[in-house]
Design a protein around this ligand. Structure first.
Ligand code: ATP
Ligand code: CA
Ligand code: CA
Length: 362
């Protein structure tokens, strides 16, 4: 935030960034309109297209009120192909992202990334670092191979990777799925890693309307965990296991499971249009006291590869602290601890009961 109260990112005003993103994506989608219907090839992931948007407009681009900028589209055909496979057609993608202003979110983590939500709730945009963008590019072929095979996967779905080059700065942005619809009130939100070391929401975070709590907060608030009906639990556990294997194979760590909780009030179940298009990662649960809740879950922040950045951090951190509990740890260890925490401490299996059957069709 600068002196005038405007958000800036890398010295670029958020308003200019937003317009650049929207113009760039509108262009991307229009170009996608003429793409062939063919299978995706490995070379498609190496393509980077760059378009110049001068302030006064050009033959291909409309005029705008900001500095000239370049907009880079990474793997345009690769992402187009995936969007189609996930049922996101180009026109809808453009309408969601470009028709109305994006909503700036205040959940910036320690990394200082900016987050935006599309006005229709479907997509989250996040600014990422150069090495995260490069990592995503390398990850893509293998990542999607798995994603398209496993329909329950809780891994983030990336729908586009772009770069706005404005005033000498490069701002990279990923577009991904939003995990919880704003139409359903979220009462609690946890970002869980399975680590306990310093995993507690800061005082500043706690003062927000819906803070993002962490592992230690969860254990304090819900020491008995959340009970999941057997059928859902088995799917959840299998999915987490498969997703962790993939993350581990790419030596990824430091990811979290985001768990957003909606408390179901009495009478609400009968008229619940709650989850129609958000049903992956949505589960009904109960607390040990019998309170009913709906949880929206998904794995987030998967662009940190241990091989690239974490080695150094691990060795010095473990000199000073209990190596086992530090959240920066080898990917294999990280994955196992993550899985154990979520499948044993956070979610617990209960045999199917008739009282749950009403919500279980979700
Ligand atoms: P850090 O690296 O410090 O953890 P970050 O900037 O990489 O932070 P993330 O961990 O990706 O940020 O996300 C920060 C918060 O934003 C999450 O705790 C969550 O509340 C929210 N968030 C992130 N991705 C999504 C998503 N796909 N849907 C809904 N909320 C999200
Ligand atoms: Ca994170
Ligand atoms: Ca991060």
């Amino acid at each position: 935030i600068d002196a005038t109260g405007q958000t800036t990112y890398k010295q670029t005003p958020a308003s200019a960034l937003q317009v650049a993103i929207q113009l760039g994506i509108a262009y991307t989608v229009q170009a996608a309109g003429s793409m062939d219907q063919r299978e995706v090839l490995i070379q498609d992931f190496e393509v980077v297209e760059s378009i110049f948007f001068p302030r006064q407009g050009s033959k291909w681009t409309p005029p705008h009120h900001y500095k000239d900028f370049h907009f880079k589209i990474y793997a345009p055909f690769g992402f187009y192909y995936f969007r189609e496979r996930f049922g996101i057609h180009s026109g809808d993608f453009r309408d969601s992202l470009c028709d109305k202003a994006l909503i700036e979110l205040s959940n910036s983590g320690a990394s200082g990334s900016l987050f935006y939500l599309s006005s229709d709730d479907k997509f989250i945009l996040k600014t990422v670092q150069c090495r995260e963008a490069e990592f995503l590019q390398r990850l893509l072929p293998g990542y999607y191979n798995t994603l398209l095979r496993n329909r329950h996967t809780l891994l983030p779905k990336f729908y586009g990777l772009f770069c706005v080059c404005m005033g000498g700065k490069n701002i990279r942005i990923v577009v991904m799925n939003n995990l919880h619809p704003t139409s359903v009130p979220i009462h609690f939100k946890y970002d869980l890693k399975g680590s306990t070391h310093r995993r507690q929401a800061s005082r500043q975070e706690c003062s927000k309307q819906v803070p993002t709590y962490k592992d230690l907060d969860f254990l304090r608030d819900l020491p008995n965990g959340l009970l999941m009906e057997a059928g859902h639990y088995d799917v959840f556990r299998r999915t987490i296991h498969e997703d962790c294997l993939l993350l581990q194979s790419f030596r990824i760590m430091d990811y979290s499971l985001l768990v957003a909780i909606h408390k179901i009030s009495q009478g609400e179940e009968e008229c619940s249009p709650l989850t129609s298009d958000h049903s992956i990662g949505v589960f009904p649960v109960t607390t040990c006291k019998g309170e009913k809740m709906l949880v929206f879950t998904g794995i987030i922040d998967v662009l940190q590869s241990y091989r690239l950045v974490k080695k150094l951090e691990h060795s010095w951190k473990s000199l000073f602290q209990d190596g086992e509990a530090v959240s920066v740890h080898q990917p294999g260890f990280y994955a196992v601890r993550f899985e154990m925490f979520l499948c044993e401490k956070v979610f617990k299996r209960t045999p199917a009961k008739s009282s749950l059957s009403k919500t279980s069709r979700l």
